[in-house]
Design a protein around this ligand. Structure first.
Ligand SMILES: [Zn+2]
Length: 455
């Protein structure tokens, strides 16, 4: 009897979701060029030791403001950069709260993870195995300050120009991400796409996400990589719209290498996404309905026991003569201990969700999240109504699943050195993150039980 009741309840939930009328949302959208006009160190590869040489492609920050009836507005900013430091989000949130009353929890900032964008102040100091020269640091400070001003500007522009709009979404797929740890290993090729159209049907914004590292390029020139080309391609196909791009759980996925120069390959990947989006937009997308509810919390993920002082001293000598990152990382930690600074034992990770009634939930996970999270969440939740993003609101380090943590390697713990953490994670983080997502999304987004397997 219980299982029959449950099935009826879930069916009723889904039927209600499908029958809801599309909601008229207030939507504002804006874009601002955030390309530096001076040379600057680029974030992403520890081997680079010079400032950027030139600009191959402009970088952008784009803002999408959405307000549903009876709810305060929410704002998404997508940024062509490697990471979003928490301190940067906090500053932008404070300014927007003051300027337009945006509630800080209702701000999402995501990075495309392009490895050809500027370093920002507040990013890890141990990506490189030496302190940055003074002139380089000044350029980083200057760019960060200018960027925060521009993020405020683009957000205000989106707030100033709200128009009634319908929202709809659907999923396509793109093929160029592959598992970079294991040949044939798990990937997420989903390409979720949301559109905003005014009431006359004119396309105003296309928001999408794809789970892949933005690492087609490894030169020292400024570019948005495949994510930049994808946005360009969409805007070329749909000139009335602004395209905004986030990245999914692609921490262990890389773009496939193709024929031609790196820039040509990045453009090919971007055009694949552009073509898929163009095809998708010829079909009827699923309308969004209901109030836009946002939840934001920061959860603490514990590190494994930290090395002893003797261990730091041993590591500090390890590659002292070769200028390696392990030795530099150890010396940075010894300096902290000498100053009496306690070493951090846990990583704060932001978890945020946007729920459009029961029609769509977008999950924004901080960190460089491996693909297992997206696959698991889409298995446990209703994959037809759930969209998982990563690189959102802060990127403190890689976020391995229990499997990847056990396997070790770069994403499993090795990269903690580059992200300036003293140890790998302690087991247990995956369940904690998954539980938080379930809690925020409530039972309304649970996968319907399989009727055939009901007793
Ligand atoms: Zn990365």
């Amino acid at each position: 009897m219980l299982s029959i009741l449950c099935v009826y309840w879930f069916n009723a939930q889904n039927t209600n979701a499908q029958q809801e009328e599309p909601t008229v949302y207030q939507v504002g959208v804006a874009a601002v060029d955030v390309t530096p006009d001076f040379p600057i160190r680029l974030r992403g590869y520890s081997g680079r030791d010079k400032e950027s040489t030139d600009v191959v492609q402009k970088l952008w920050a784009k803002a999408l403001m959405i307000q549903s009836p009876q709810r305060p507005p929410a704002l998404l900013i997508t940024l062509d950069n490697c990471l979003v430091p928490a301190a940067l989000r906090e500053q932008v949130a404070k300014r927007l709260h003051r300027r337009v009353g945006l509630l800080p929890d209702r701000l999402s900032i995501t990075a495309t993870h392009t490895h050809s964008g500027p370093i920002l102040a507040g990013m890890s100091k141990t990506l490189y195995c030496h302190p940055l020269p003074q002139k380089h640091r000044e350029h980083i400070e200057r760019y960060t300050k200018e960027l925060i001003d521009k993020l405020e500007q683009v957000a205000i522009a989106a707030f100033k120009n709200p128009q009634p709009a319908h929202l709809a979404w659907a999923r396509s797929n793109a093929s160029f991400a592959h598992n970079r740890r294991t040949k044939g290993g798990p990937v997420d090729h989903d390409l979720p796409v949301m559109v905003a159209k005014d009431l006359a049907g004119k396309l105003r914004a296309v928001y999408l996400s794809y789970a892949c590292h933005c690492t087609t390029l490894s030169h020292n020139r400024i570019s948005g990589d495949w994510a930049g080309y994808a946005q360009e391609s969409i805007q070329r196909h749909h000139p009335s719209a602004i395209a905004l791009m986030s990245v999914g759980c692609g921490a262990d996925s890389n773009p496939v290498r193709g024929e031609g120069s790196q820039d040509e390959v990045a453009a090919i990947h971007g055009r694949e996404i552009g073509a898929k989006v163009a095809r998708l937009l010829q079909q009827k997308l699923r309308p969004l309905s209901g109030p836009l509810n946002v939840m934001f919390s920061t959860i603490d993920l514990h590190l494994a026991p930290l090395p002893s002082r003797a261990e730091w001293e041993r590591r500090a000598q390890h590659d002292a003569d070769r200028g390696g990152t392990v030795g530099f990382h150890a010396r940075v930690h010894l300096n902290r201990l000498d100053r009496g600074e306690p070493l951090k034992t846990k990583v704060p990770l932001p978890v945020q969700t946007w729920r459009f009634g029961s029609s769509l939930a977008i999950v924004f996970l901080g960190g460089e999240v491996v693909v297992d999270y997206a696959l698991r969440l889409k298995q446990e939740l209703d994959a037809q109504r759930v969209w998982i993003n990563s690189y959102a609101n802060d990127v403190p380090c890689y976020i391995p699943s229990e499997r990847v943590l056990r396997e070790g390697g770069y994403e499993g713990g090795g990269a903690m050195t580059f992200h300036d953490w003293a140890a790998p994670f302690r087991p247990g983080l995956e369940q904690k993150i998954v539980d938080e997502v379930h809690y925020q999304l409530t039972d309304r987004y649970r996968r319907s039980p399989d009727v055939r397997n009901s007793p």
